[in-house]
Design a protein around this ligand. Structure first.
Ligand SMILES: [Zn+2]
Length: 259
């Protein structure tokens, strides 16, 4: 009798698993794309292209102000994410409560890639974030904000959502700190309900000058500075486990091959 119940349970589990696989592999499914916050009075500052040397300059400052932000990181862009100091900086940022998300493995424009290459770009950074932080994230910012139907279909199969922005500080395309500050100023006030703002943690001026300026401005105007998950009313991760411990798999193939 007991074995029959176990058998029945296994059959039900198998049927459920098959259904899940079919659902996630739906050919018509496209990942959702969010280009702005949905929650009122919230500002999500986001920082792309790290992890890099200014990351904790930013996260330490945010911590001192009691606010949270979001970091969309690469596996191999400015630095290899598995580097000793690099991974330690990322763990510190994560432990402080900031949201860590995917910005793909090496910052390729996904719209130029095959399905297999897109999968590789998304999976390799996921593996790194799991190894280093013990997390699974659904949040992906496609490099350059660039995506098409194939990118959305592949992202959907992998359970991802795409996040772009509705405000660009311009810090990666030559804006001076003064220009970025002026642009932010135009997006503070009663006419602005919420903001999903693009910045880059790889820019010294952003870390040292722009971030303190905008945090104080938004706080003075009564906005709440939160993570992207919070400004969308979503969960930040699908899995949260213990922080990773370095092992011999923590390396970037690009560095071993001398690229
Ligand atoms: Zn980027």
């Amino acid at each position: 009798m007991l074995s029959l119940r176990i058998l029945l349970g296994l059959l039900l589990f198998a049927a459920f698993s098959v259904q899940l696989i079919v659902l996630s592999a739906s050919p018509n499914g496209k990942a959702r794309v969010y280009s702005g916050c949905t929650e009122p009075n919230k500002v999500a500052l986001t920082f792309d292209d790290g992890p890099y040397i200014y990351e904790n300059v930013i996260s330490d400052y945010l911590d001192s102000k009691g606010v949270k932000a979001t970091f969309f990181v690469n596996g191999y862009n400015y630095e290899c994410i598995y580097g000793t100091k690099v991974a330690a900086r990322l763990q510190k940022t994560y432990r402080s409560g900031h949201q860590i998300c995917s910005h793909t493995w090496d910052h390729a424009d996904l719209t130029g890639l095959s399905e297999a290459q897109i999968v590789d770009e998304l999976n390799k950074i996921d593996v790194a974030l799991f190894k280093i932080l013990g997390i699974n994230t659904t949040f992906v910012r496609p490099p350059y904000g660039s995506y098409d139907d194939l990118v959305r279909q592949v992202a959907y199969k992998l359970g991802k959502i795409l996040i772009t922005w509705d405000f660009d500080s311009g810090d990666s395309v030559g804006a001076t700190v003064q220009q970025s500050e002026d642009d932010y100023d135009e997006n503070i006030g009663e006419h602005v309900n919420n903001l999903l703002a693009l910045n880059h943690e790889t820019k010294k001026n952003t870390a040292e000058q722009l971030v303190p300026y905008v945090v104080e401005k938004f706080q003075a105007a009564g906005y709440e500075l939160v993570t992207v998950a919070e400004c969308l009313g979503l969960e930040p991760y699908t899995y949260v486990g213990p922080l990773g411990v370095r092992d011999k798999t923590w390396f970037c193939e690009e560095e071993r091959s001398g690229n």
